[in-house]
Design a protein around this ligand. Structure first.
Ligand SMILES: [Zn+2]
Length: 453
């Protein structure tokens, strides 16, 4: 055959494959937008279980819910995978600030994993700094016995808000030990928040064991602004009372796994997941009930359409993403011990908003294999394949087995208004946006299962 004819035939073949893929992607999208059950599932999770921090009775209830939802979606096989998780308990807490004449109670949340005041009241003057550099420049007399207010603002100039979070989160994570090293008594931070409101945001923090474990509380942006003004004008002080602590022993918990067995290459596995645990405020709707119900939706849609994937598809509801990643580690440990062949893992843990892209954390050649489908995704509003983003729960798969990772990238503008707050509730999620995110993950999984990576 002449090379020219060969090229034409190859081109026709490619067009045929593209047309076929485009048609299947449309079928998947139609099925989920018209008959998807992820929104109803999210309502049940949020309203009957509610928030569900690792190790809590609510988290145990969420596991039972997940197992049932996975079976209802039609998975061939559903099982629980054990993971021993830390259990951080909040208890009662209050914060009073004196920003003028009298003390006034304000909204505040202790940060996750932190050690409270043991129920006693810690009263001390507040010293404000805007950065670690400013803190390091303080004389010892301004630090010893004081409550340090780390007033670092979430940068609003980043369009992709996860960049702003990445920039600011060190103040939540590390401030207490940095302050305790020089004798501070407690820490207050401005929340990692894009919101023009007063919701405090909780989230994980970490102690350096060499220093005293001092309490840490977060303020919403409005109260943080008031405290900033008061500190600028003169003196301010705080009365901090909290009972929070880490329970002495880990608690046995579980990942929930549902599977569709592959028809041609069942030994090749594609994992799709979100995390089942949440912080102990709000309903964990956006973070990450959305990712859980979307992953279950992938299973349901394949079954409803009678699609028989070549590879095995596994939906995983991971436990303990927020403060330990023990579920993600247990999944990767098991995959390694069983010599499993994981082709791709994709996670949805950035909210149930309109999908805009798919993050790719994998070698360049594999990235290009996914990027070549870009034009097929444009109809669904998905255009950004440039970011190196996977997901926390699936990251041990990469570390241990070098599995290529992908992360669903929804529009990020509202995520950090809601993240880890009392306002992260079911009502904040839009049913079409949520379903579209599930459809895009199912479409990618279909393409990789059909054509490999
Ligand atoms: Zn999350």
């Amino acid at each position: 055959m002449k090379p020219r004819l060969l090229a034409i035939l190859a081109c026709l073949g490619m067009h045929h494959a593209y047309a076929q893929d485009s048609l299947q992607m449309r079928k998947i999208s139609d099925e989920i937008l018209m008959h998807g059950t992820c929104y109803e599932n999210l309502k049940v999770l949020c309203k009957t279980v509610g928030h569900r921090i690792s190790g809590s009775p609510e988290a145990a209830k969420a596991v039972t819910w997940g197992e049932k939802a996975m079976k209802e979606a039609g998975a061939d096989k559903v099982w629980l995978q054990a993971a021993d998780v830390p259990y951080w308990y909040r208890g009662k807490e209050s914060l009073y600030l004196k920003m003028g004449k009298d003390y006034k109670k304000v909204r505040a949340l202790s940060l996750g994993n932190s050690q409270g005041t043991g129920g006693k009241t810690l009263e001390a003057p507040i010293v404000m700094v805007h950065s670690f550099d400013e803190f390091n420049a303080l004389p010892d007399s301004k630090v010893k016995g004081k409550i340090i207010f780390f007033d670092y603002r979430f940068r609003q100039d980043f369009v992709f808000t996860f960049q702003g979070y990445g920039d600011a989160v060190k103040y939540r994570w590390a401030s207490p030990s940095i302050a305790a090293k020089r004798g501070a008594a407690g820490v207050i931070i401005r929340s990692m928040s894009t919101g023009k409101d007063d919701f405090p945001h909780t989230g994980g923090m970490h102690y350096n064991d060499s220093f005293a474990k001092i309490p840490e509380m977060a303020l919403g942006n409005i109260t943080a602004d008031l405290l900033e003004q008061a500190c600028d004008k003169g003196t301010a002080s705080a009365k901090m009372t909290s009972e929070c602590h880490m329970m002495p022993k880990p608690v046995r918990s579980y990942n929930v796994i549902g599977e569709i067995k592959g028809t041609e290459t069942p030994e090749k596995i594609i994992t799709v997941g979100g995390h089942l645990d949440s912080w102990d405020v709000g309903e964990g709707a956006t973070d990450d009930g959305a990712g859980c119900v979307q992953s279950i939706e992938v299973i349901r849609a394949f079954k409803a359409l009678g699609l028989k994937p070549k590879c095995t598809i596994r939906a995983v509801l991971f436990m303990n993403e927020e403060n330990g990643d023990k579920g993600g580690e247990a999944y990767a440990d098991s995959a390694k011990a069983r010599h499993e062949n994981h082709v791709l893992a994709i996670e949805s843990d950035a909210g149930g908003f309109s999908p805009r892209g798919i993050g790719l954390e994998m070698p360049e050649a594999q990235k290009q294999n996914i990027q070549k489908y870009k034009s097929l995704f444009l109809d669904y509003g998905v255009y950004d394949f440039s970011r190196e983003e996977g997901g926390t729960d699936i990251s041990p798969l990469k570390k241990q087995l070098n599995v290529p990772l992908a992360g669903l990238l929804p529009d990020s503008q509202r995520y950090f208004d809601l993240h880890h707050t009392d306002n992260d509730v079911f009502e904040q999620v839009n049913h079409r946006e949520l379903k579209l995110g599930a459809a895009v993950m199912a479409q990618l999984i279909y393409l990789v299962s059909e054509h490999g990576l």
